[in-house]
Design a protein around this ligand. Structure first.
Ligand code: CDP
Ligand code: MG
Length: 139
């Protein structure tokens, strides 16, 4: 079951630009079922915790600043082969390199403000989902 789920965030840029509905539409049309959903925000401290794996990277401070700059949408999604299929749906980290029609190609403007997050492994999907959702908030 674990490998049928991934975790995503619609990042502050996409929320601010009014793309929540369009992105969720792409996600559900691609066959993902929303099993948890939350409109919330990250404090700088929480953003740092979420991205702790990148703490040594040059872009970390900017990433934390950006991810705590406004509201986000967090969600757990279910589908066969969820991790890989969702990474395919969102496209490359740098929207300039993202395939045509991917969510980052359509909605992102830069490598830092790149519209969406997608988990990179079953293990991280589990950790990231638990970061936002209690057992009462997932279906
Ligand atoms: O999000 P993804 O898994 O595709 O990329 P990552 O390598 O795990 O990096 C996490 C996030 O850090 C990215 O989505 C970008 O928002 C940001 N980042 C950045 O600002 N500059 C980079 N050179 C690489 C990543
Ligand atoms: Mg990543």
């Amino acid at each position: 079951m674990a490998n049928n789920r991934t975790f995503t965030m619609i990042k502050p840029d996409a929320v601010a630009n009014g793309h929540i509905g369009a992105i969720l539409d792409q996600v559900t049309k691609a066959g993902f079922k929303i099993v948890a959903l939350k409109y919330t925000s990250l404090s700088a401290e929480k953003a740092g915790e979420f991205y702790a794996v990148h703490a040594e990277r040059g872009f970390f401070a900017d990433l934390v600043g950006f991810m705590s700059s406004g509201p986000i949408v967090a969600a757990i999604l279910e589908k066969d082969n969820a991790i890989e299929d969702f990474r395919k749906l969102i496209g490359a980290t740098d929207p300039a390199k993202a395939d045509k029609g991917t969510i980052r190609n359509l909605f992102a403007k830069s490598i830092d403000a790149n519209a969406v997050h997608g988990s990179d492994s079953d293990e991280n999907a589990e950790i990231e989902g638990n970061f936002f959702f209690s057992s009462f908030e997932r279906f």
